[in-house]
Design a protein around this ligand. Structure first.
Ligand SMILES: Nc1nc2c(c(=O)[nH]1)N[C@H]1C(S)=C(S)[C@@H](COP(=O)(O)OP(=O)(O)OC[C@H]3O[C@@H](n4cnc5c(=O)[nH]c(N)nc54)[C@H](O)[C@@H]3O)O[C@H]1N2
Ligand SMILES: Nc1nc2c(c(=O)[nH]1)N[C@H]1C(S)=C(S)[C@@H](COP(=O)(O)OP(=O)(O)OC[C@H]3O[C@@H](n4cnc5c(=O)[nH]c(N)nc54)[C@H](O)[C@@H]3O)O[C@H]1N2
Ligand code: SF4
Ligand SMILES: [Mo]
Length: 735
């Protein structure tokens, strides 16, 4: 029988590209872009193209695993694994209480399964634990925390296709599919927009793939983005480039902001950021006067120090320039599978009491819940700290703590200290290899999928999301390989809940509007199908899932009513440009001298900054020959002059040492980088015992971070970029 091409959704990353998969006798054989797709226009990256190979990969787990006393693993039927895990959980809950049980949801928990989040939340609620963690708080948590401190405009920011200027601070959408340029075929979308006149400002210490296309690239010193944004705000406010009409009607705190940015003159900023004062002024004028358009920050600057203050100042910058949609404007991306909502030209006042420090408390570093979720960067310490409420069981799904969390040594110690670690994974990942149970799950092509999660992106922050109300559904297209014993992620939480005799109640998912539909009880005797679960979490959506199912290739579902409404009569909400805590943090920054960081770390003169690469997603795909194509390490990119000074050549081994630990890495020359930096991608390598294999497994940059040094006080996020390090040629013995 000839093979057939079927439409599906790639679920390797959050972009959810509409692609085509070739299926031959029940096996996926190849994947390519769908040129007829209205938004993705034929795009499919190397990770998506390799999806069929991953399906049949010999690295793939087809059976759940149980750790033996000698550290080896044996296959265990998943039903039996769930019996044993439920028994241990029951005993932990009885003897220690619900706080001793935590969950961690990583990137693949949302990318791979659109209903996983709803079931995990329901599970935690059912066992009464508030210890649900996710990767948000080791990413850009300041986005949500700043929103709570600042307030929210109840309509979207300037949509991409109306933008005349875009400023990207440490994000690289051409590789990451994230931030600023819509994730739907960003290369082509950016080319078209720039041809039509879009001005692009990129702030990045590296001449990134995106920076190469910029109208203005500011090759700044890492970790000084707050000073740059403050300096730009000062120029805009002193040169009367602000949108005064918008400000007088919708904000408060402008005088406090004006005072706090006053010390950041172009000369001061120039000295700190190490670009010319003219460039500071020019960036500010371009951004303010070439509008509309938005400024967006990515992981680099968020991980370099003040995530909340950075994101707060970005909100100030966008707001001072009035970059929010007004009454009568059509919005680009109304919800499809999410709940309908009515955008309004008005401000929802801040909810500072829900920004950070509320709800469940950690027992370490005085941290607590945040608007971005529980602080994952403190979970390892929490696990290691003895006490009655100590976390003893961790269920980790779709994430890889040992590879991705900051401070790998503390993380490893914590994973080993747990009474039980359950890792839900598709391979024997670094975390799976220290877990008590590894639950083998289905490949995306074996599960139905839908683009509900993608709709989250447009609500995530200004400058994310797409340009149209697009939705797609894909049925499961293939069966698991013969003999496999695999389940959907969510079925694990359901199976455990069933055994514990607790009821799961799932809520429809909403990113913008209020959900008017009550939680729905899952049938705890007769397990619903994943399709039935999808129906539950999309109940009440603007477009019914059944309607979306009729368009297997994906479709745009316009909404003629998606127009921003006038401000409600008597509405008093205002955005807060002058939050006390943020203003005092900014004043603290102003009080430090340029070069203070260098003075504080005399033994660590280099700075290691993070980056992403196209062929892998965090730790996913590193071991797939179809993706790595022979490059099996994450090179430590450095400027050729720095390499020369250190007596290093391309391909040599270097020792990179931080205050916390040392790693070995293979150096590579990159003349597009500022001097004094090492640019390296994260989530490679393994524990210290495998450091000798750096050329075939890479190096773990997370090990260089110390979670309890130099961390942001609201979210606990430590420096995961701009990490002070020393670099030396590695001694011969490592070869
Ligand atoms: N192909 C691919 N795509 C991905 C991922 C992946 O691993 N691979 N990961 C996904 C995830 S989890 C996320 S959160 C997103 C992230 O998406 P992005 O935030 O766009 O992440 P990066 O591509 O690492 O871009 C960060 C940029 O910041 C720069 N940088 C580093 N430090 C600083 C600093 O202090 N200041 C400034 N101004 N710049 C700095 C780096 O040089 C780099 O170019 O990408 C997602 N998409
Ligand atoms: N130094 C440094 N550290 C960083 C970053 C950085 O820039 N620098 N970035 C941070 C960021 S932004 C993030 S989001 C985190 C990411 O942190 P995590 O989400 O914890 O890490 P990932 O590597 O994305 O983990 C994905 C896991 O899911 C498994 N997997 C693959 N497919 C499936 C599937 O279909 N189902 C299930 N259940 N599992 C699957 C993979 O094998 C892997 O173990 O890392 C953070 N760590
Ligand atoms: S960008 Fe690549 S990995 Fe991400 S969804 Fe699209 S094809 Fe898949
Ligand atoms: Mo992330």
């Amino acid at each position: 029988m000839a093979s057939v091409w079927k439409n599906t959704i790639c679920r390797v990353c959050h972009a959810g590209c509409g692609v085509l998969v070739e299926v031959d006798e029940g096996r996926p054989v190849s994947v390519k872009g769908d040129v007829n797709n209205p938004l993705y226009k034929g795009f499919c990256c190397i990770k998506g193209q390799n999806m069929a190979a991953v399906w049949g990969s010999e690295k793939r787990l087809l059976h759940s695993q149980k750790r033996q006393p000698d550290g080896s693993y044996v296959d265990i039927p998943v039903e039996q694994a769930m019996d044993e895990i439920a028994q241990q959980l029951r005993s932990t809950l009885e003897t220690r209480g619900p706080r001793a049980v935590a969950t961690y949801s990583g990137t693949m928990a949302t990318n791979a399964g659109a209903a996983n989040g709803a079931v995990t939340s329901a599970f935690l609620k059912a066992i009464r634990s508030r210890m649900g963690f996710n990767s948000n708080t080791i990413d850009q948590p300041g986005k949500m925390v700043a929103a709570a401190l600042f307030g929210n405009w109840m309509a979207p920011p300037t949509p991409f296709d109306k933008a005349k200027v875009l400023m990207l601070v440490g994000c690289n959408p051409l590789v990451a599919m994230s931030g600023g340029v819509p994730h739907t075929n960003p290369g082509r979308t950016l080319t078209d927009a720039m041809t039509a006149g879009l001005k692009l400002i990129v702030v990045d210490p590296r001449r990134s793939e995106t920076a190469r296309r910029a109208t203005l690239h500011l090759q700044t010193k890492p970790g000084e983005d707050v000073a740059l944004l403050a300096g730009m705000l000062r120029v805009i406010l002193t040169e009367a480039l602000a949108d005064d009409e918008f400000l007088s009607e919708h904000v408060e705190g402008l005088d406090a902001l004006r005072a706090a940015v006053e010390p950041f003159t172009p000369d001061v900023v120039s000295a700190r950021v190490d670009i010319s004062a003219d460039d500071v002024v020019s960036a500010a004028r371009t951004f303010a006067s070439q509008g509309p358009g938005v400024a967006v920050a990515g992981t680099g600057p968020n991980m370099s120090g003040n995530t909340t203050l950075l994101e707060y100042l970005l909100r100030c910058l966008n707001t001072v320039c009035g970059r929010w949609q007004r009454a009568g404007e059509a919005i680009a991306e109304p919800a499809c599978l999410g709940q309908p909502s009515q955008p309004k030209a008005q401000a929802a006042a801040p909810m500072a009491q829900y920004a950070y420090g509320f709800g469940e408390r950690m027992r370490v570093r005085d941290l607590a819940n945040t608007a971005a979720g529980m602080p994952t960067a403190a979970l390892a310490e929490e696990i290691l700290l003895p006490g009655e409420e100590q976390v003893r069981v961790l269920i980790s799904h779709g994430g890889n703590p040992v590879a991705a969390w900051p401070d790998q040594l503390t993380t490893l110690a914590a994973m080993k200290d747990l009474d039980m670690l359950v890792q839900i994974d598709t391979t024997m990942s670094a975390t799976a290899r220290v877990a008590d149970y590894v639950i083998a799950v289905k490949h995306a092509l074996e599960m139905p999928g839908m683009t509900l999660t993608q709709e989250y992106l447009s609500a995530y922050a200004a400058g994310f999301g797409t340009t149209a109300p697009y939705a797609q559904y894909s049925p499961a297209l293939v069966e698991p390989p013969e003999g496999a014993d695999v389940i959907d992620d969510w079925e694990f939480f359901y199976g455990i809940a069933q055994r514990l005799g607790v009821q799961l109640t799932v809520k429809p998912v909403s990113f913008t509007g209020t959900v008017r539909i009550a939680g729905q009880a899952m049938d705890m005797v007769d397990k619903p199908s994943t399709d039935e679960l999808f129906d539950m979490v999309t109940k009440g959506s603007r477009i019914s899932l059944d309607e979306v199912r009729k368009h297997p290739a994906g479709a745009i579902f316009p909404d003629p009513n998606a127009i921003v409404a006038e401000k409600d009569e008597g509405w008093t909400g205002r955005l807060d440009l002058g939050n006390d805590v943020m203003m005092s943090d900014l004043t603290e920054v102003a009080g430090t001298m340029p070069g203070a960081d260098e003075a504080e770390h005399p033994d660590h003169p280099y700075r290691l900054i993070s980056r992403r690469q196209m062929n892998v997603l965090n730790s996913v795909g590193r071991e797939e020959p179809g993706q790595t194509r022979g490059v099996t390490t994450n090179p430590a990119y450095m400027h050729p002059d720095d390499l020369h000074t250190l007596g290093l050549a391309n391909g040599d081994l270097a020792e990179i040492r931080s205050v916390r630990a040392t790693i070995l890495a293979v150096v590579a020359s990159d003349r597009h980088l500022r001097r004094g930096l090492i640019s390296m991608s994260h989530s490679w390598g393994d524990g210290p015992e495998r450091d000798g294999e750096v050329r075939t497994i890479g190096a773990n940059t997370g090990r260089l971070t110390a979670v309890d040094v130099d961390y942001e006080r609201y979210t606990g996020l430590p420096r995961m970029s701009n990490i002070p390090v020393a670099v030396h040629r590695a001694s011969e013995s490592h070869e």
